[in-house]
Ligand binder design. Structure first.
Ligand SMILES: Nc1nc2c(ncn2[C@@H]2O[C@H](COP(=O)(O)OP(=O)(O)OP(=O)(O)O)[C@@H](O)[C@H]2O)c(=O)[nH]1
Ligand SMILES: [Mg+2]
Length: 211
């Protein structure tokens, strides 16, 4: 059964430079990933109906840490640093990419991935790698084609169709929807997907069998 969560109640928990600083790895986390400037932080603010829960910026590379938000006890949303931003000093870039990679690979509570891509140029190499990786490890994905307000209706639909065709070939549990934080488009689809992921029953290790 799917529960409806009240995303407007979401609150900030912490910013962590890497996974070692995160709280205990239990419950369910859904992470927002994507290229720098794709609109991850904006989407989180739109979903939660809070102007500045996640920090947004015109300057790509704004989100430099793993930012954790709690919807309710045991249900968390994660704003990840963007990838693919060229103009960041090499050393800093390596540090974030390491933190990002570790988070994705090692965080057991990660149960769903929202991958955000600008609708005008989706499925760049790093986006493809991110989606393929998630499919390989059986992590379900929701692709949001962001900034849909920047395209006319016909062009939007054409992009959606093209990306949907592309992911069909990739296999796995991957859905694609349009999204606009500006026009509040696609929020219902995002909410429904998150409700579904957060409602999945968790396998709690049996104490008897842990001996
Ligand atoms: N027109 C339009 N602009 C948007 C939309 N969503 C985000 N933006 C703008 O795109 C820019 C980047 O948005 P962010 O939400 O900060 O992007 P991000 O993916 O979190 O970026 P990083 O943290 O740098 O990885 C900002 O100037 C936003 O105002 C949208 O739906 N429509
Ligand atoms: Mg951000």
């Amino acid at each position: 059964m799917t529960t409806s969560y009240n995303y407007h109640m979401t609150h900030f928990v912490m910013s962590a430079p890497d996974i070692r600083h995160l709280p205990v790895d239990t419950g369910i986390e859904v992470a927002f990933a994507g290229r720098s400037n794709a609109g991850k932080s904006s989407a989180l603010n739109t979903l939660t109906n809070q102007k500045s829960l996640a920090r947004t910026s015109k300057t790509p590379g704004r989100t430099q840490l793993i930012n954790l938000f709690e919807v309710e006890d045991g249900c968390r949303l994660v704003d990840l640093p963007g990838y693919g931003y060229a103009e960041v000093p090499e050393e800093l870039k390596r540090k974030w990419q390491k933190a990002l990679g570790e988070y994705l690979q090692k965080r057991d509570s990660l149960k769903g991935l929202v991958v955000l891509m600008d609708i005008r140029h989706p499925m760049k190499d790093l986006d493809q790698q991110m989606v393929s990786w998630a499919v390989d490890v059986s992590l379900p994905v929701l692709i949001l084609l962001t900034k849909a307000d920047k395209l006319a209706s016909g062009a939007r639909k054409a992009q959606l169709k093209e990306v949907r065709e592309f992911v069909q070939d990739v296999g796995g549990d991957v859905e694609v929807e349009m999204f606009s934080s500006l026009k509040k488009l696609g929020i219902d689809k995002l909410r429904a997907r998150l409700d579904h992921w957060f409602s999945q029953p968790q396998i709690v290790p049996d104490e008897d069998s842990a001996q």
